[in-house]
Design a protein. Sequence first.
Lengths: 216, 262
Amino acid sequence: MNNEERVVRFSGSARFAHWGHTVTFLVLLFTGLTLFTPALGRVLTPLFGGHVTASLIHKIMAVGFTIIPLIALAINFKGFIAWWKDVFSFGANDIKFLLKFPLEFFGFKVEIPPQSKFNGGEKMNSVVTTTSCVLLALSGYVMWFKAAFPVVLVQWCYPIHGICMILATCMVCMHGYLGSLHPGSGESFWGMWKGTVRSDWAAHHHAKWYDEVTKS
Amino acid sequence: MTTKKMVFVDTSLCTGCKACSVACKAWNDLPAEKNQLITSYQAQASTTHNTWTYISMHEKYENGKMEWLMFKHQCYHCEDPSCLKACPNEAIYKTESGYTLIDQEKCIGCGYCVANCPWGVPKTNPELKKTYKCTGCIDRVENGLQPACVATCQPGALHFGDRAEMEALAKTRLAEVKKDHPKAQLYGDKAMGGTTYLYLLLEDPAFYGLPENPTTSSSLVVWKDWVQPYGIWLIPLALAASATSFVTTRIINNTNKSKGGN
């Protein structure tokens, strides 16, 4: 197998959605944390020049955060469907992955069964982050336009926004690390940056997917 | 030590003249607002950032006769306020005299208190991005004067004094009023740790559109007592796990290399 041979892993629209959400999420996180606890507020608020600006930036980014996946969806709906088809084809190999991965995470060598385009962990990440993002956006708009909604709904949106923020941020921390500095991450960063990965890496890490791609 | 103050609102004596509302605006320098009739006599729907107290008028029909029941709305100055718990910027505080106040310097108008007050009292001025509500005329009461609404009340429906004195008066009045109004009851003494504004009602709270048992909403408990103090630690935990992995993966890799490299 030629080491220079590459296969397409992520389309332009998927990469646009991924990196667009990376930027908007991080800005939303830090502008939002100004209101999470008074202590965090004291540290973070001056960075944005006060609560009024932080709130304005948060709202502008929120609109971007909502529009970006919708644009990607409109450009490449088929790709979106393919992603979720793979995520929900959760089988024995994915469960084995999830059971063994904690060991690999800390550096122990384990035998992992062949994975599809997304491994068991990536499937979990897809579900948790997407659910959190949808709930963050919905609860955010309810709080933004609170006069239009029943008080009880508005009240519950505050803890929901907080819980989803925590879940999404945990996933982002782990995902960011696994996609870059973890020794096993290898080509995965380039898959999302350039769109292509080395064929031998694909064959090794996502054997099921590689077979499908090369056969067709 | 400052003694706890209290305002006793004896709704059985209120005539609905609204002088309290006007006196409040005069003392606190609040502009008049344009409004329109909602029901027969009612023009004010709720407190606003410029109207901190108002009277709601309720028609009670019994044996073919109609009676007006009045209710004075303003901040209740709870002992254990939800607004204070909800505020993300520590702008709301309690005074020793029992009042719940918004520090306008710290208020950022986020509206978290607006959404979490069980009576929906505080309101945000959208232009100034500051939230306002009744201050209990703290500047007056801490300088030996009565609150503006109490000082102006003609039928003697409003009383101001030390908490114990007001509670005793409320109980006496309740006993008197009960003869004609069997459903009469005190309102506020059991709510939110006890309120600084204590009411004598002639009917059930629901008749006035008031919550029967105002409490801190469970969403606020989840948010402030669970998610905020404990949930947030999941993030440093995720970062710590990544940092640990960064180190251990490299140690294990190096050990394997030195073992297999020979």
